[in-house]
Design a protein around this ligand. Structure first.
Ligand code: MF3
Ligand code: CO
Length: 284
């Protein structure tokens, strides 16, 4: 048991501005990948689209080379939950594909790079309505979690409130129809992609540290149509559900500052998607 909270990197506004730059580059690179996602394209081709976008924008990849990871995005298809490696697999009608990407931006003066991390799920061709429901609920759960970061952050509540909100929301909307993966969590982000604290997507007695201005969190619920048990394939990356039911993944990197929250990886800072939850993001 920890006797004190581990140090969490608190960012200055100028540092958050560099993360915002990375977030905007990442958001438009994901737009480009989603625009190309269709039946017949390979996941390796989607990786090339993303890599080209980052290069054109002058950003670098935080995924490539991460513990030896061989690509700039993760493409997780159907029963692949997360960390699928792009390859020559061609997408088929009705495939559920989560695209997870990241970017690093460095100040002109040099210094450490600043990270962004975001994921979206797309269904190519003719979608099974149950898959649409899965992906839409996962995205809504992400926004519910971001809204909780705003309301809890305003009163210096704890990171655990994000997971409470996601968990309760999924149960209210869908009962036990969908499962929330517990093997993988969101995380702090800043001068590295994965930093403290862990950001759980479910209710836990571990309440986490207090939310403080300068924190940046990647919130990333993973929902499945079946049971939440997973295993990793022999490639040591690709995570699949044991029951081979399908999964969806949505993720944003979000900053908390004195004025409120701002979704770094959303073009409008999250304004449109947070409105239904009564939260207005604030630029810095
Ligand atoms: N964005 C992913 C996450 O936080 C990290 C991918 S690590 C990589 O879950 F090595 F696969 F790129
Ligand atoms: Co992440």
């Amino acid at each position: 048991m920890a006797i004190r909270e581990r140090a969490i990197e608190l960012k200055t506004l100028d540092q958050l501005r560099l993360m915002r730059e990375a977030g905007l580059i990442l958001s438009s690179a994901l737009d480009a990948v989603i625009a190309q996602a269709r039946v017949g394209i390979t996941t390796a081709e989607l990786n090339d689209v993303f890599a080209e976008q980052l290069a054109q924008a002058g950003a670098t990849s935080n995924f490539l080379g991460y513990y030896g990871y061989p690509a700039t995005i993760c493409t997780s298809v159907n029963d692949q939950v997360v960390h699928g490696i792009p390859d020559d697999r061609a997408l088929e009608d009705g495939d559920v594909v989560s695209i997870d990407g990241g970017a690093i931006v460095r100040a002109a003066s040099g210094g450490k790079g600043w990270h962004a991390d975001s994921a979206r799920t797309v269904i190519v061709g003719t979608a099974d309505p149950a898959d649409v429901e899965l992906s839409e609920l996962t995205e809504a759960a992400l926004w519910r979690g971001i809204a909780a970061m705003a309301t809890a952050g305003a009163r210096r509540g704890r990171v655990g409130e994000i997971g409470d909100a996601i968990d309760d929301f999924v149960t209210e909307r869908a009962g036990s129809k969908f499962g929330i993966i517990e093997d993988y969590t969101g995380h702090g982000i800043g001068t590295a992609m994965h930093m403290d604290p862990d950001v759980l997507n479910y209710r836990s007695r571990h309440r986490g540290p207090k939310l403080r201005p300068g924190m940046a969190l990647a919130i990333e619920p993973l929902l499945v149509r079946g049971k939440i048990a997973t295993h990793t394939l022999a490639d040591e990356w690709t995570v699949v559900t044991n029951d081979h039911q399908r999964a969806a993944h949505w993720e944003h990197s979000v900053a908390l500052h004195e004025g409120g929250i701002w979704v770094l990886t959303a073009l409008d800072g999250g304004a449109e998607k947070l409105a239904p939850f009564g939260v207005q993001p604030v630029a810095f």
